[in-house]
Design a protein around this ligand. Sequence first.
Ligand code: NCD
Length: 284
Amino acid sequence: MLHILSVNDLTDDFLYSLWSDASSRKGKSNNSLKGKVLTNLFYEPSTRTSSSFYSAMSSCGGSVIPINNVQFSSVAKGESFEDTVKTMSEMSDAIVVRHSDNGAANIAAQVSSVPIINAGDGNSEHPTQTIIDGFTIYNFFNKKLSGLRVTLVGDLKNGRTVKSLVKLLNRFDDNHFNLVSPDNLKLSSDLPKKYYETSDINEVLKETDILYVTRVQKERGSVHSYSLTINQLMSLPKNSIVMHPFPRVNEIPVEFDKDVRAKYFDQIRYSVWCRQILLERVMK
Ligand code: NCD
């Protein structure tokens, strides 16, 4: 049984084969998962992740049990997380779990009789966002995930997409990381092999191939507000790309959306392409 709990569960071969299938299929519908049922079990808010799993599953001919408001489920009656997971594993072929506790997906995997997909656990990991982020890089840098200057900016302490992305990119040769955050929001665990740390983005803008911007995670106790100006973004190298897992709050001005370097809406489109293939792999 293939659980997707961490980026460490994704081998390079698995990822390259998924990305290659995603780029040939490009989100097209088929009936590969007809008769299969996915449960979306979300204990935290979500727009993109839950909807793109829904979209991916339905475009493969399968169906989704959406539990997006746990306050209206038996959780409100005091049911344990483990019992909820066991219950849903009796009526579905895989479960997507988002939870505010680090390690929640691992707990789910211990009690579930079907594969668990971690859609974000606390400030720990978000491996399926990394599949999408990796695919975005694969797509815009000619299938290459090495030799890149990656500037990560924002809440590096509590942003789980950052932690998962660093784990992935750290596997490849010669990636250099610029870690840009206020002092109280620095990346503190799983530091990359080669990095430069600063709180001033202006120092590294011109030394950037990928600018990966994140939101300040207020719900995890992070305090700050962070915004890039249009002038800062315009000064990025011509061939660089700007990514953001979204939601954005004030980090990137809307004016920049039409710039060719802005790839954050491409990431959202790719989320369905990648999750279709991921669901097929997990449920086969
Ligand atoms: C992220 C998350 O939930 O970790 N969103 C997402 O899934 N694309 C990022 C965030 O909430 O800031």
